[in-house]
Write a protein of this length. Structure first.
Length: 108
């Protein structure tokens, strides 16, 4: 399969992980505060979220295509870098294009 397609599929798998975490976190909040009231404690089920993350990492870093793995890691690394800078991804976040310069350098 085309390398570029696999890169984007890997990144899409990471986007899917983020979406799933958002869906589950919203469900946790809805269960803790069904009427939208304030809650004083952290209501996330981190065990469930960790299991979702682990399954995604296992599936995508164990993927047969190295470009798929690279795309997943590029998205993960991009997000971690953005968060480490104290920000969050924009609505137009595109980890493959944003990491292209670094990955286009040929190692000697």
């Amino acid at each position: 399969m085309c390398d570029a397609l696999q890169l984007h599929r890997g990144a899409a798998a990471f986007h899917a992980l983020l979406s799933e975490i958002g869906i589950r976190t919203n469900a946790h909040f809805a269960a803790a505060a069904p009427n939208g009231e304030d809650v004083d404690e952290d209501w996330r089920d981190y065990r469930e979220l960790a299991a979702i993350v682990e399954a995604s990492i296992d599936a995508n870093l164990g993927h047969a295509d190295p470009k798929h793995r690279e795309g997943y890691l590029r998205a993960l690394t991009s997000l971690l870098s953005i968060v480490a800078d104290g920000a969050g991804p924009s609505e137009t976040w595109s980890p493959i294009s944003e990491t292209e310069r670094a990955f286009s350098v040929v190692d000697d």
